[in-house]
Each structure stands twice: as C-alpha cells, then as structure tokens.
Design a protein around this ligand. Structure first.
Ligand code: ZN
Ligand code: ZN
Length: 213
C-alpha cells in the first residue's frame, strides 16, 4: 500500500498557561505561557523568587555570624569573670581591703567585694584583663561611687608606686582577643583562682589555730 500523504506532525495537547491560567496550544513541549506578556510575567516571577532566596540565604549567614559574635562576647565575659576572681582573691590573700577606701570585705567575698578596673573597660578595653590594674574594691566604691577613681589611684600608688601607676595610665594598644585566647585565659585564671582559694583557706586555718593558742 502506498501512502498518499505524509504523516501529519503530531500536534501537541493544549496546556494551561502557568501565568494566566488560560488554555493554549503550545508551540513546543517546553512552552509554559500562552503569550509573550505571560512568558515575561513568568520570567519576572522566577527572578523575584530567586532574589528572595538569595536574601534569605544572606539573612541566614548574618544570623550565623551573629551567633559566632555572641559566642565570642560570652567568652570575653567568662574570661573577665575568671580574671576578676583572681584579682579579688589575690587581694584577699594579701589582706587588702578596698583599693579606694580600705573597707574590709565581709566573710563572703562573692557579693561584697568587687573587682574594679583602674581604667574602665569602656574607655580602655585593652586593659580588660590586665591584673595589676584590677583591684579588689568594695561594692560602694565600685558601683555606687562609679569606681571612685581618685581614691583608686591613691590606693594603687600606695601598693605599686607612682611609676607603675603612670606606666599603667599610658599603656596603649589595640586588643584583639581570639576565642582560642579567651578559652585559654579562662582556664588558666580559674586554675589560678583555685590555688589562691586553697592558700586563703590554709591561711585562715593557721589564723584560727593562732587565735586558740
Ligand atoms: Zn497566559
Ligand atoms: Zn571602698
């Protein structure tokens, strides 16, 4: 049998336009829109979607960076607590009272004896962990009297001399604490604090024995 006609190109089934929803006869199997304006609208929608996704990724990475920053801030605070503890215990062991007014802390030093920075952390952040400039200070001088700086200086001069105090006053550098450094600092300081606590305990036992005799 001889064919009398060429087979017709198989026509494609009508589709629903993804933009306007109308039925249309697609030119190719790839067609998604019924017309040029609908194709453009679809294109715009796709672009907006990918822009939104990029913005979301950006926000996510910002949040991750923030989380890292927060961790570092926490490390700074934890290392500070350990350094402050060492400063307080060092002064207690030496029998010192408040650097500014000389008041003796009560038996429990946690709440009544602060660690005061001679140069405030706000204005001299590089001195944050510098133990010679951190001294046991009563709550009144440290908190109520805003650090009692003039008397702090007097007390510090008595303890370490005017030359060292002036040296501390002129110390200038830019501090960049890495998380690794802060972790190590906290660990070392806590160890030091435990040793100081033991020595304070031993000393008070000796004092008690002497009082009995
Ligand atoms: Zn359409
Ligand atoms: Zn005081």
């Amino acid at each position: 049998m001889i064919r009398t006609s060429l087979p017709l190109k198989k026509s494609l089934k009508p589709k629903r336009c993804r933009s306007c929803g109308a039925n249309f006869n697609p030119i190719s199997s790839m067609s998604k829109a019924c017309s040029v304006p609908c194709a453009m609208a679809l294109n715009d929608a796709a672009k907006a979607k990918s822009a939104a996704r990029a913005a979301k990724d950006e926000r996510k990475s910002l949040a991750e960076r923030k989380a890292k920053l927060k961790t570092r801030r926490e490390w700074i605070a934890e290392a500070q607590a350990a350094v402050n503890k060492v400063a307080r215990l060092r002064d207690l062991l030496a029998g010192h009272g408040c650097i500014s007014c000389g008041a003796r802390p009560q038996q429990k030093f946690g709440g009544t004896f602060d660690a005061g920075h001679y140069r405030s952390v706000g204005s001299a952040p590089h001195m944050r962990y510098y133990l010679p400039a951190i001294r046991g200070q009563c709550v009144r001088c440290n908190r109520d009297l805003g650090g009692s700086a003039v008397n702090f200086r007097k007390g510090l001069v008595e303890r370490i001399g005017i030359n060292r105090v002036e040296e501390i006053e002129s110390m200038q550098w830019t501090a960049k604490w890495s998380v690794e450094y802060l972790e190590r600092l906290k660990k070392v300081m806590n160890k030091k604090a435990r040793r100081l606590e033991k020595r304070i305990e031993a000393k008070s036992e000796v004092n008690q024995l002497e009082a009995v005799e």
